[in-house]
Design a protein around this ligand. Structure first.
Ligand code: PMP
Length: 405
């Protein structure tokens, strides 16, 4: 049984007011709130255990190392990776994507080789590849999208050539909520002998993602979007690829032996983890994943789908409403829209005055905005703690704003 009132008690920030009105937090696609168990665990670690990891023989360093490495095992289990050696801690999805763009290009690509991305990607899955276009002469190919916000899989198949070395696609769009058929896309890519990187920033928080079932070669996600702390993220990578890729950064922790003549590196994952990791954040992330697992990812999904369907139904009745994507109610818990001629910023600002936090703008997906023919949208994105009453508040808020215009 999903007890939403009990869940909300775990997130005290949700009961605060803004401008004297109850907060309605619908900006979960940008970042999520943290349950008390995450905050308590991190405070406890700073209070009683804090010491640098991996290097110390002393008691607290070993305790901190144990927590950090236990967090790696929690992440492994959460995404069902084969081994903790496939779990690299990063600062977030952006760093995970940059790591692969940089190291995979260097280790596994030549000038003229091609990477396939999609029209709907976040800038963090476009710009790192463009940097490699400039630096290494790789070539970016783009999967087109239909007007309904669905990737064109036939066109995708035709993009493959003997120069294709990697596909990098998002599992869920942070704008449209579209759930891309990544399992099928991976199967197609593998038929061409091409590995696939999945941007899981907007999928991992919403439903169970099983890297072995998907058979993806890489998966990236951010801790702060899955009820964990900021500044920590994950790169999953199949061992065979991580072994082939050179280090991303150099420094402490990632070496086996250093001399001025020759330096040898640790094996993955440490090879990709130069410097002191945010070991308190990794512990916090593990607590967040444990929290989500205890609720049940299937129950979180069902709850958020109910909210999304409920919201779509009501939003569609508002005059002048234009919702992007969500054909046949198939999308995830992210709804982007514009209403009549009201500028998205005005709508967002007026909703804010009513205590409703939504996102406005291009959502770091300007090529997608160009494809949709808009400068920006208003985006409401739901989390495990949102309620139907909050959706009602959003709908009546939009209606109020519409009346003002
Ligand atoms: N990819 C997608 C789909 C996202 O939604 C985001 C965050 N908006 C990112 C990547 C980047 O995540 P971060 O800023 O946490 O690195």
């Amino acid at each position: 049984m999903y007890d939403i009132n009990k869940v909300r008690e775990d997130f005290p920030i949700l009961s605060r007011t803004v401008y004297g009105k109850p907060l309605v937090y619908f900006d979960n696609g940008a970042t999520t709130q943290k349950p008390l168990c995450v905050l308590d665990a991190m405070r406890e670690e700073y209070l009683n255990v804090n010491a640098n990891v991996h290097r110390g023989v002393h008691w607290m360093s070993q305790q901190a190392t144990d927590l950090h490495e236990a967090a790696r095992e929690t992440v492994r289990k959460f995404i069902n990776a084969r081994s903790t050696t496939e779990i690299v801690f990063t600062r977030g999805t952006t760093e995970s994507l940059n790591l692969v763009a940089s190291s995979f290009t260097e280790g596994c690509m030549q000038a003229g080789d091609e990477v396939i991305v999609s029209t709907m990607e976040h800038h963090s899955n476009i710009v790192p590849w463009q940097l490699q276009e400039q630096r290494k002469g790789i070539v970016l190919k783009v999967i087109p999208m239909t007007d309904e916000g669905v990737l064109d899989l036939q066109a995708y198949e035709q993009l493959f050539s003997e120069r294709t070395k990697l596909v990098s696609v998002m599992q869920v769009s942070n704008v449209l909520g579209t759930i891309n058929p990544v399992k099928e896309m991976i199967r197609i890519a593998h038929e061409h002998g091409v590995p696939v990187m999945v941007d899981g920033a907007q999928s991992v928080p919403h439903f169970a993602v099983d890297v072995q079932d998907l058979d993806c070669d890489f998966l990236a996600f951010s801790g702060h979007k899955v009820y964990g702390p900021t500044g920590v993220g994950v790169l999953y990578g199949k061992e065979k690829w991580l072994d082939k890729m050179p280090p991303y950064q150099g420094g402490g922790e990632m070496i086996e032996h250093v001399s001025f003549e020759k330096t040898t590196f640790e094996r993955p994952p440490l090879k990709f983890e130069a410097g002191t990791p945010d070991y308190v954040a990794t512990h916090g992330l593990a607590k967040a994943l444990d929290y989500a697992s205890a609720l049940g990812m299937d129950k979180i999904l069902a709850h958020e789908q109910d909210l999304t369907h409920y919201a779509l139904q009501q939003l569609r009745e508002i005059e002048g409403m234009h919702i992007y994507g969500h054909v046949g109610d198939s999308g995830d818990a992210v709804i982007s829209f514009n209403v009549g001629n009201i500028h998205h910023m005005d709508l967002g600002t007026l909703l804010d005055q009513l205590g409703i936090a939504v996102r406005t703008g291009h959502h770091c997906a300007q090529p997608l905005m160009d494809r949709l023919g808009v400068l920006g949208t208003v985006r409401a994105s739901f989390g495990l703690y949102n309620t139907r009453e909050e959706v009602d508040a959003l709908v009546s808020g939009i209606k109020r704003v519409v009346q003002m215009f």
